[in-house]
Ligand binder design. Structure first.
Ligand code: SF4
Ligand code: SF4
Length: 468
């Protein structure tokens, strides 16, 4: 019925979401086991990606994790670069340049990320799906098993599969936490009683269940319904972007192959293999679609068929719309150059910002409602409130110095200025300046923050004195 509809109206596929059946129920896809050159390449790349993903939290630089994404405390370490809660604008710039990089990358290479490196595809297609094939067999056997009554064999297979899924989901939840908390903190927490870390334990359970739900049930719909990146493809890509595409110039008109018959049709023999292997259940011959995650399974499936029937490989391949229609492969287009220019500008601003970033951030304001005080020793005092933030990931004990000869600071009370990583100290302080150093009623004073002999920061404040 659906096939007839599409034959009568080639654009009919656009009117419906293929993951939803006509009766409104979910279309559960049973993609056939992929095999071929591209799948092998992706398998090796998966080994690399998973190795990096699991090893990265253990790598340290200067006794700090190389990568830390602590969204709870808003502390991030990106390859040694520490971004703390005070660096919100630096974080904003980093995110902005990261997003623009994604836009640029997608404009040139399409959804290469989705097929090769996205953790959703990597875990789904290369880990969970492989376990499913190993336990339940290929697509046909899985279908039969799902329809079969609950025998001991079926219970055993399903029980084994879902137990392994749960165990891997638990591992992924811990992996995620190792990026958020760091492996040291995570291992400390694991070795302490659960009762001391109930919220964290609840977090692990919740994330384990989310990952389990995602890989056991949600699957392709994480890409086609949930992922915002997938939905942005329509605006990010253009006719020069590299995509997994069916060469309709070569393939059409598609027609079944019959032995001994002179073939006048195109190279597509309507074998449906490219559809059978697709994890999102689409027919790539309909053109680029939002559901295509560029997993390359259809390339391999079609190449295998081409080999069997003696046609050239590459009826489905990595190419661009313009390369198919005009034989014109052009990666660097004016649009790409425009993105590159903006990206270089952003990176320059980011680089300058990083190079000029101070380790501390001090605010020092005159205490509200106070005036100057004239002292007997020919000095003038102003009262200030101050806050000093440590923007690094290590402890700092700063000293504040005033750059005026004879001037000094006198702290009220005895404030503890030893700052823990990303910590803050505050208090009140008198700045006392000799009268002869003051030229006007309102002067600018220069102050600096030091750690030992190293100057961390310079800033200015205003100082009030009597009119001469
Ligand atoms: S696998 Fe190739 S030949 Fe078979 S239907 Fe798909 S595009 Fe046509
Ligand atoms: S159309 Fe091809 S590349 Fe796209 S998701 Fe389906 S099998 Fe993968």
């Amino acid at each position: 019925m659906k096939e007839k509809h599409i034959i009568e109206n080639p654009d009919a596929f656009r009117d419906q979401f293929n993951a939803v059946a006509e009766d409104g129920k979910r279309n559960w896809f049973y993609p056939q086991k992929p095999s071929g050159k591209w799948h092998n390449r992706r398998a090796w790349f998966t080994v690399l990606i998973l190795t990096v993903l699991f090893v990265l939290p253990f790598i340290k630089l200067n006794d700090q994790p190389l990568v830390l994404l602590n969204v709870i405390e808003r502390k991030f370490i990106i390859f040694g670069l520490f971004i703390g809660p005070q660096d919100y604008w630096l974080f904003g710039l980093t995110m902005l340049s990261f997003m623009l990089f994604i836009v640029l990358f997608t404009t040139i290479f399409g959804r290469l990320w989705c097929g090769w490196a996205c953790p959703q595809t990597v875990f789904m297609e290369m880990v969970f799906r492989k376990i499913e094939y190993a336990i339940e067999g290929d697509a046909g056997k899985q279908k039969l098993l799902n329809k079969a009554p609950w025998t001991a064999s079926k219970i055993g297979k399903k029980g084994l599969k879902y137990s392994i899924f749960l165990a891997i989901s638990f591992m992924i939840a811990n992996l995620l936490l190792s990026y958020v908390l760091g492996v040291d903190e995570l291992s400390r927490i694991i070795h302490e009683p659960i009762a001391d870390h109930i919220s964290l334990f609840a977090g692990i359970v919740i994330f384990t269940l989310i990952f389990y739900f995602n890989f056991a049930w949600l699957r392709d719909q994480a890409c086609t319904v949930v992922c915002p990146y997938g939905r942005l493809q329509g605006v990010l890509m253009d006719r020069n972007s590299i995509i997994v595409a069916y060469d309709y110039k070569r393939g059409e008109p598609r027609k079944k192959l019959h032995k001994g018959q002179d073939r006048t049709a195109g190279d597509c023999i309507s074998c449906h293999q490219c559809v059978s292997v697709c994890p999102t259940g689409i027919d790539i011959r309909n053109g680029t679609q939002m559901e295509c995650v560029n997993c390359t399974a259809c390339i391999d499936a079609c190449d295998n068929i081409m080999d069997k029937v003696g046609f050239d490989r590459g009826l489905i391949r990595y190419t661009s719309e313009n390369a198919i229609t005009q034989k014109n492969k052009k990666l660097i287009t004016p649009r790409v150059i425009g993105y590159m220019v903006v990206l270089v500008l952003l990176w320059s601003v980011l680089g300058y910002t990083l190079a000029s970033r101070a380790d501390t951030q001090t605010t020092l304001f005159r205490a509200p409602g106070t005036q100057y005080i004239e002292n007997n020793d020919a000095t003038i005092s102003n009262l200030y409130t101050f806050k000093i933030f440590n923007k690094t990931n290590h402890a700092i004990t700063p000293t504040i110095k005033i750059d005026v000869p004879g001037a000094r600071l006198q702290f009220a009370g005895n404030p503890d200025l030893s700052l823990p990583p990303t910590g803050m100290a505050e208090g009140t302080v008198f700045i006392i300046v000799p009268k002869e150093a003051l030229q006007a009623r309102k002067s600018k004073l220069a102050l600096s923050v030091y750690e030992g002999k190293r100057k961390l920061e310079s800033f200015e404040t205003t100082f009030m004195a009597p009119q001469e």
